[in-house]
Design a protein around this ligand. Structure first.
Ligand code: RB5
Length: 142
């Protein structure tokens, strides 16, 4: 299972930490950039991660910007994407359990590194609950 990871300049340093954690913990990562602190536009990196998921190359995506807001707005313009901008371990778990989120958005300027890494860990190990939540998701997504 491949996890596509992207960030803008606001999320670049946290992306590096997250990719390190993912690979250390046995996950296969596709790093779509960016690759420095130089200013870039977050929709370009949201689109790269989205395309990896839509094409079937990656199962999940992680997108990081300053707040997570821009990345989640951009990624959610695609019918196949359920991008959740989460702010703690509980919302990260619930975004999988209730919303079957396939993209986790993180705000590097509003989360500590420890919280962000915990969120990634919990998000990846939490299963979708199905049932009534499937009916709801089918109303806006596939
Ligand atoms: C970049 O300065 C910042 O606007 C971006 O990382 C993000 O927070 C947008 O939602």
């Amino acid at each position: 299972m491949i996890i596509a990871v992207g960030a803008d300049h606001g999320g670049y340093e946290l992306k590096t930490k997250i990719i390190h954690w993912l690979t250390e913990n046995g996950h296969t990562v596709s790093d779509v950039g960016c690759h420095s602190n130089d200013s870039v536009d977050y929709p370009d990196y949201a689109e790269k991660v989205v395309q990896e998921i839509v094409s079937g190359t990656a199962k999940y995506g992680i997108l990081i910007c300053g707040t997570g807001i821009g990345m989640s707005i951009a990624a959610n313009r695609h019918y196949e994407i359920r991008a959740a901008n989460c702010f703690d371990e509980n919302t990260a778990a619930l975004s999988r359990e209730h919303n079957n989120a396939n993209v986790l958005c993180l705000g590097a300027r509003v989360l500590s590194e420890e919280t962000a890494l915990n969120m990634v860990r919990i998000w990846l190990k939490t299963d979708f609950a199905g049932g009534r939540h499937t009916t709801r998701i089918e109303k806006f997504s596939k």
